[in-house]
Design a protein around this ligand. Structure first.
Ligand code: PLP
Length: 287
């Protein structure tokens, strides 16, 4: 497996970074998760816009321009002989001294990893997930916007750990007001009386690229979509619930905090939207 690191491709077992890299010391950096379907990189522009905007927000200079970065990502997928892949792009502040100050760091470190990945076991895409809501809150948007995909994912990791403790594969995070924000690394949608609901960005959800794709598909298919805050109660009484994300793709949720959603089976609208999404990703990409 070839990994792009420090300007060259190296084998996985040689892909090592310094313990003085501020990405390691402080989580100082940004990242993206991108998918390739059938050799096409899905919505690469959107992912790179988010990467460069995240970097700008934390004053991190990515040492490649947008077009070079596109080529690098495509090359990483090609070099590994992959058609369907999950691509992780990490840009860290780079190697510095032990102080917090990023001024001590040289150029940013860019890593690109491509591999096959299914976030959840295959059967869960058929049966749907059981999830719980957890105590960990989405970090507040007034200091560091949730739009920044930074390397500080501790909140999200705590959400995953709370899911593990409850023996379920994923969990839901609220914001400080108690409105539902999102999963550990995925957005949430509800279907109620044929209307689709998803929390707006200001609630604290990352406005995911898969979320955006689902909104577009739903609009094309004539659904009404409402981006508005909702609480756990609304989740419990929804007709259908599903999660979306680059890693998770689209997956139904059939039980939340012990409340069975509808009849406990993935619902027909979720199935239909998932089918449309699958058709789209096969043709929507670029490479
Ligand atoms: N929410 C969080 C916190 C994430 O990290 C991600 C993954 O990128 C998502 C939602 C889903 O976003 P996307 O569909 O762009 O992958």
């Amino acid at each position: 497996q070839w990994i792009f690191l420090s300007g060259e491709f190296v084998q996985k077992n040689e892909a090592k970074i310094s313990v003085y890299d501020h990405g390691f010391l402080y989580g100082d950096g940004v990242f993206e998760g991108i998918r390739a379907y059938n050799g096409n990189i899905y919505r690469l522009n959107e992912h790179l816009v988010r990467l460069y905007e995240s970097a700008k927000s934390i004053m991190l200079d990515i040492p490649y321009d947008f077009e070079n970065m596109k080529e690098l990502i495509a090359e990483t997928v090609r070099k590994n002989g992959l058609r369907d892949a999950y691509v992780r792009v990490v840009v860290s502040r780079g190697v510095g001294n032990l102080g917090l100050d990023p001024k001590s760091c040289g150029t940013a470190q860019v890593v690109v990893i491509a591999e096959e990945l299914a976030l959840f076991p295959k059967e869960l895409y058929e049966t749907g997930l059981e999830i719980v809501s957890v105590a960990t809150r989405r970090n507040r948007p007034d200091v560091l916007s949730p739009k920044v995909k930074s390397l500080n994912y501790l909140n999200n990791i705590l959400v995953k750990m709370e899911a593990n403790l409850a023996n379920v594969p994923e969990a839901l995070m609220m914001n400080n007001e108690g409105y539902v924000a999102e999963g550990s690394g995925d957005n949430i949608f509800l279907v109620k009386d044929k209307v689709l609901y998803t929390p707006p960005g200001y609630v604290g959800a990352l406005e995911g690229i898969t979320r955006e794709a689902i909104i577009e598909i739903a609009e094309e298919e004539g659904y009404t979509i409402k981006e508005e805050p909702f609480t756990r109660h609304d989740v419990y009484v929804a007709d259908e619930v599903f999660l979306t994300g680059t890693a998770a793709e689209v997956i139904a949720v059939v039980k939340v905090d012990g409340r069975v959603i509808n009849d406990g089976m993935p619902g027909p609208e979720t199935a239909y939207i998932t089918r449309c999404f699958r058709e789209k990703v096969a043709t929507d990409g670029m490479q």
